[in-house]
Structures are given as structure tokens and as C-alpha cells.
Design a protein around this ligand. Structure first.
Ligand code: FAD
Length: 387
């Protein structure tokens, strides 16, 4: 496995063991059937409790049966899951960083006790509903409203692109509290069997096919007061969750690119043309050298991010830089790897084309590449080009 500057040596035994456990799980339980799931447009749901047994959901959180591993160990987990498929990493990212994290950070004690063990063990599945049909990058303009009604709230609105939602038990729905001054955004835990909630799968995706994506309408969905996340109000609620998830994506993209590199390197040494392994040609060596360099520099950025996060010095803008850089890197390098595999590279026998298609989603979700560029632009100049 590509580790050109010896980052392996910096890991603790525990981090190495957790990384190996994730790699083995992905290779044995998911990789053999991932191309079939990709073609069918399905997520292998039967592995969710197994992922729970392996502590793959929010393992960097503490309490409620969660192991509180280091941020590097968490990053390595995301890297290994995405080396298999971005759909696998997305499932774990949403469950851990976008559902368990807000409950852990902003939830009541009762909410934590009800949901964190079940979600951590993979007995329950969660989704995060911020995006709406008419509001993606500009999520703060959301139209979904929660009206106070006696001792609870009534939710109305539409959400789109909610990963896991067709298979979820609970959704973290972000909505404007219409009964409060300035209508702040609040987080609501909405069980998927509530009346008035209608969830549909989004079919016809040409990217992230091995992932369950949904959209839903809420038509007078009633939730009790105790389903509101009590300790956060405003867009900092969803945005702080996204920072957690984007940290995982910065690591995950390195995994996807590494998998492409390994396939291309192996192919280049096996495949002969003009009586020579194609890896002996300077043009192909140039591609491998570029790929290895790009992956290595992205790996270094991911490792640095984990150090900063561990020290509580990580800023959302650091995460924007890493998400922006590492996903663009994986998007570019997966295409080069596909190219090195010639015609065989367009089949599902090899991973690069699947990773390449997945990267179109990863480039767009959790803040598009453009939006992260604008976040960095604002940080570097003090001038906002988008608010
Ligand atoms: P738009 O915001 O309409 O953007 C369209 C284009 O305009 C983009 O290229 C964008 O970069 C550009 N653009 C927008 N504003 C500006 C600007 N100010 N300056 C320059 N360019 C701009 N959301 C959730 O809430 N939960 C999920 O679980 C989830 N999962 C997803 C899974 C998949 C497979 C996909 C595809 C999306 C998912 N999303 C999810 C939604 C995702 O976060 C949004 O797609 C993303 O935020 C972009 O929003 P949009 O698609 O509406 O594009």
C-alpha cells in the first residue's frame, strides 16, 4: 500500500490495529460484491450491524458505549472504507458525524440514551436532512418550518438528497422554528414512522450508486418537544456537523485515490504492449509518479488535520481546504488511473471508474468545491463573495 513518506511509523499500535480491522472488513465483507451493488444501485444493508460491532460509527466520540478512538484512527477508518467505495464511507459518515455527533453535542440526556447506543451498534440507522429541492449550497434559506403546537411542533417542508433516509429509523431534520423571533434553525429528531412523513428513494444516479439516497415531504409531521435538540440554535448546528463529516471526507478521498493508484500500478506492471510492461514506458511512469505525489501530499494534509483536531485547534476553514484539495485530487487521479487501464478500465472488474464516478458526488456534497473555494477566499481576504 502506498505510504511513500512512512506515515505508518507515526501511528500508535491501536491506530494501526483499527486501520487494519477496517481494511480487512472492507476487503472481506464488501469488496467482493461492491460492483454488483453498484450496478444494482443498492447498499448492502446486512453489513450495518456488523459495522456497529466493529465500532465503525462515531468511534471518536466518548461515552454511551463509544470507544473514543483518536482522530487519526477515525480518519484511517474513513480512508479504508472509501478505498472500497464512497457509498460505504458515506453510510458511516452520515450515521456517525451527521446523526450521532449532533445528538452527542447538542442532545438531551434522554435523546443520547435513546439513540447513541442503538446507532453506534448499527441497530438503528440515521439520516441528516439539511438540503432542500430549492436550497443546496444556500441551505440557510431553507423553507422547512416547525410551528409550535401545544407541547410539541408541527413540521412542514421538503428535503432532498438525504443519504440513508430510505433505510433510516430517525432523521435529524433542520428546520426554521417559526414560533421564535428571527425563526432560528433548530434540529428535530424525526422518527421515520411518524404520520405525514413520506420518503422516496432517488433512483437514476450515475454516481454513488452503492448508497441509499432519498427525498421526503413532511406534511404536518408532529414531534414532541423532547425531540428538539435543546442545546443548539442557528446554522452553527448543521454547519458544525458538516465540519465533522468533511474531516472524514478529506481522509476518505485519499483512500479512494490510493485504491486507484494500487490498481493502476499493478496493471502497469502486468500488462504488456510492444513486448514491454506498460509501466516501463516513461509516459506511464510519469502518471504513477504524479499520482503517488498527489496522494502523499493529500495524506499529509489529512494527518495534520487530525493533529489539529486532537488539540482543538482545527478551524472549519482548515477542513474546507482539505476537503477541497483532497477530493479534487481523487477526482483527477481516478481518471488518470482509469486511463492507464485502457479499455479494461471502463469495466466494473476494476475500481477506478467506479471511484471516478463516485467522486462527482463527493466533489459536490458537503459543500461543493466552489463553496469551499469561497470559504477559503473569505478567510484569506476578509471579504465574503457569497453571503
Ligand atoms: P447548487 O447549490 O444549486 O449548486 C449548483 C452549482 O452552483 C454548483 O456547481 C455550485 O458550486 C454552484 N454555486 C452555488 N452557489 C454559488 C456561489 N455563491 N458562487 C459560485 N458558485 C455557486 N444533503 C443533506 O442535507 N444530507 C445528505 O445526506 C446529503 N447527501 C447527498 C448525497 C448525494 C448523492 C448528493 C448528490 C447530495 C447529497 N446532499 C445531502 C446534498 C448536497 O450537500 C448538495 O447537493 C450540495 O450542497 C449542493 O447543492 P445543490 O445540489 O442544490 O447545488
Amino acid at each position: 500500500m502506498l505510504d511513500y513518506v512512512g506515515l505508518e511509523e507515526e501511528l500508535t499500535d491501536g491506530e494501526r490495529a483499527f486501520r487494519d480491522e477496517a481494511r480487512e472488513f472492507a476487503d472481506e465483507r464488501v469488496r467482493p460484491t461492491i460492483a454488483d451493488h453498484y450496478e444494482a444501485g443498492t447498499f448492502p444493508e446486512e453489513i450495518i450491524p456488523e459495522m456497529g460491532e466493529h465500532d465503525f460509527f462515531a468511534p471518536n466520540l466518548e461515552g454511551y458505549g463509544l470507544p473514543n478512538v483518536s482522530e487519526t484512527a477515525y480518519g484511517l477508518l474513513m480512508q479504508e472504507l472509501e478505498a472500497c467505495d464512497s457509498g460505504l464511507r458515506s453510510m458511516a459518515s452520515v450515521q456517525g458525524a451527521l446523526v450521532m455527533y449532533p445528538i452527542h453535542a447538542f442532545g438531551s440526556e434522554a435523546q443520547k440514551e435513546e439513540w447513541l447506543p442503538a446507532l453506534g451498534e448499527g441497530e438503528a440507522v440515521g439520516g441528516f436532512a439539511l438540503t432542500e429541492p430549492e436550497h443546496g449550497s444556500d441551505a440557510g434559506s431553507m423553507e422547512t418550518r416547525a410551528e409550535r403546537d401545544g407541547d410539541g411542533f408541527v413540521l412542514n417542508g421538503q428535503k432532498r438528497w438525504c443519504t440513508n433516509s430510505p433505510i433510516a429509523d430517525v432523521l435529524v431534520v433542520w428546520a426554521r422554528d417559526a414560533s421564535a423571533e428571527d425563526e432560528p434553525v433548530r434540529g428535530f429528531l424525526v422518527e421515520t414512522d411518524r404520520d405525514g412523513l413520506e420518503i422516496d428513494s432517488i433512483d437514476g444516479k450515475l454516481s454513488l450508486r452503492a448508497s441509499s439516497s432519498g427525498e421526503f415531504t413532511m406534511d404536518d409531521v408532529r414531534v414532541p418537544e423532547e425531540n428538539v435538540l435543546p442545546h443548539v440554535s442557528g446554522m452553527k448546528g448543521p454547519l458544525s456537523c458538516l465540519t465533522q463529516a468533511r474531516f472524514g471526507i478529506a481522509w476518505g478521498a485519499v483512500g479512494a485515490a490510493r485504491d486507484c493508484f494500487e490498481e493502476a500500478r499493478e496493471y502497469a506492471t502486468d500488462r504488456e504492449q510492444f513486448d514491454t510492461p506498460i509501466g516501463g514506458f516513461q509516459l506511464q511512469q510519469g502518471k504513477l509518479a504524479e499520482m503517488a505525489t498527489e496522494i502523499t501530499t493529500s495524506q499529509l494534509l489529512a494527518h495534520r488535520l487530525a493533529e489539529l483536531k486532537e488539540r482543538n485547534e482545527l478551524r472549519p476553514q482548515h477542513v474546507s481546504m482539505a476537503k477541497r484539495n483532497n477530493v479534487e485530487m481523487a477526482r483527477d487521479q481516478s481518471r488518470i488511473a482509469r486511463e492507464m487501464l485502457g479499455g479494461n478500465g471502463i469495466t466494473d472488474e476494476y475500481s477506478p471508474m467506479r471511484h471516478m464516478a463516485n467522486m462527482e458526488t463527493v466533489y459536490t456534497y458537503e459543500g461543493t468545491h466552489d463553496i469551499h473555494t469561497l470559504i477559503l477566499g473569505q478567510d484569506l481576504t476578509g471579504l465574503s463573495a457569497f453571503e
